[in-house]
Ligand binder design. Structure first.
Ligand SMILES: Nc1ncnc2c1ncn2[C@@H]1O[C@H](COP(=O)(O)OP(=O)(O)OP(=O)(O)O)[C@@H](O)[C@H]1O
Ligand SMILES: O=c1ccn([C@@H]2O[C@H](COP(=O)(O)O)[C@@H](O)[C@H]2O)c(=O)[nH]1
Length: 244
């Protein structure tokens, strides 16, 4: 039910594919899928209009496949198909929780899901349906982070959330550098100048140039997503403004 008091009504949530693996090293952990779907269902029930983009890193990444000798474009096609697999799984998990969820794809596969068209996505969102935007941008050499930035701008989201395995943006990759410093807020220009690897440059530039605020947060912290959208200062805010 729509609530006029929501700070961020329309939200694009980018979920890391790798975060869906849980403790595994490939594929989808059903428990993680169910918990994440539960958190999304609660947000939808609160009146948030949710568009979701899911990565494919738990299955295939084009760059990784190319590193093993595969043609890069073929690898990227496989990576985009991996995001469709994740999206279908999330669509199913959400429908089991009573959410009217629709999977759209940037690559045509009409027997499986709807083709992505901006007006269709907007219509679904206007009707309170959760849309899962799969197959990235539909083009190779991009990432689902870039797809998430692009779609957030297209559907006029109030906020882009990157839900990942780390607590936010650090001065260096916190998985590799224990001394990395956490930023509670940050400008896009600094993220780009310092080459902070949490999101690729294409995604950051799109957000910067279209003034799309971004929150980077840890999806493995139960309840954090709900608290963030309730107004708590969770993760890192990346914006066109000055950093703290
Ligand atoms: N400066 C930084 N601050 C925070 N995280 C960083 C930074 N540099 C690199 N990272 C890494 O970026 C990762 C975030 O990307 P993520 O794992 O969500 O991948 P993705 O490509 O967006 O999704 P997928 O898992 O679907 O491929 C974090 O896990 C973290 O290790
Ligand atoms: O627009 C896009 C988006 C993604 N890809 C390919 O899919 C994989 C998985 O996406 P991640 O963002 O890495 O999770 C990506 O590595 C690319 O190979 C693409 O080609 N175009």
């Amino acid at each position: 039910m729509p609530d006029g008091a929501l700070v961020y009504r329309r939200v694009l949530l980018k979920l890391s594919g790798e975060a869906l693996m849980g403790d595994g090293d490939f594929g989808i952990d059903p428990k993680v899928l169910d918990r994440t779907a539960g958190e999304i269902a609660a947000l939808a029930a609160r009146g948030h209009e949710l568009a979701i983009v899911i990565g494919g890193g738990n299955i295939f990444r084009g760059a990784g496949l190319a590193g093993g000798g595969m043609d890069r474009v073929t690898g990227d096609h496989m990576g985009m198909l991996a995001t469709v697999i994740n999206s279908l799984a999330m669509g199913d998990a959400l429908r089991k929780k009573g959410v009217d969820a629709r999977v759209l794809s940037s690559l045509d596969m009409n027997q499986v899901c709807e083709p992505y068209a901006r007006y269709r996505a907007m219509e679904h969102l206007d009707k309170g349906r959760v849309v899962i935007l799969s197959a990235g941008t539909g083009s190779p050499f991009f990432t689902t982070d870039s797809a998430a930035s692009l779609r957030a701008i297209e559907v006029k989201a109030d906020l882009l959330i990157k839900a990942t395995k780390v607590d936010g943006v650090y001065s260096a990759d916190p998985m590799k550098d224990a001394a990395a410093i956490f930023y509670s807020s940050l400008s896009y220009d600094k993220a780009l100048a310092d080459k902070l690897g949490v999101m690729d440059a294409t995604a950051l530039i799109l957000c910067r140039d279209h003034d799309m605020p971004l929150r980077v947060m840890n999806i493995n912290q139960e309840g954090a997503l709900a608290r963030l959208l309730a107004g708590e200062d969770i993760g890192t805010l990346v914006s066109t403004g000055e950093q703290e």
